[in-house]
Design a protein. Structure first.
Length: 132
């Protein structure tokens, strides 16, 4: 069984196209996962004035071949609501407020969802390019 040079050249071109497309897919899925995370964390965020809920943001950073999703909130008390804090009266600790863990719980949930989203999109691109 042999191959024609034209078939090898065609395969080379398709692999090159897939490599370019996979970069776009990674970026698209990273942004989609980040938006889903923002949506879920906002639903879990307690509301008093709405500042905490409305200040969730994300950034997608590419480091080599790895896409890192950074989710953050710049409201100064966000970490206290997330992780909990002590109650201090007259310089003495009198209690503890449990954290809500809205970001931690959201990230745990998305760690199981994200690989499936990525896999589906990569398979779709492979079918489009390689014709299967």
């Amino acid at each position: 069984m042999g191959f024609e040079f034209g078939q090898v050249a065609e395969l080379r071109d398709k692999v090159k196209e897939f490599r370019i497309a996979s970069g776009r897919v990674h970026d698209k899925i990273a942004r989609r996962v980040a938006l889903l995370a923002i949506r879920k964390v906002k639903l879990m965020t307690p509301v008093d004035t709405g500042d905490l809920r409305n200040n969730w943001q994300f950034q997608v950073v590419k480091k080599g071949d790895v896409y890192v999703i950074v989710i953050f909130n710049q409201v100064e008390y966000a970490s206290f609501v997330e992780s909990g804090h002590r109650i201090v009266v007259a310089g003495r600790t009198v209690g503890w407020v449990e954290g809500r863990f809205m970001l931690k719980l959201t990230m745990g949930e998305l760690e199981s969802i994200a690989p499936r989203m990525w896999e589906r999109e990569i398979e779709r691109e492979m079918r489009r390019i390689f014709g299967q």
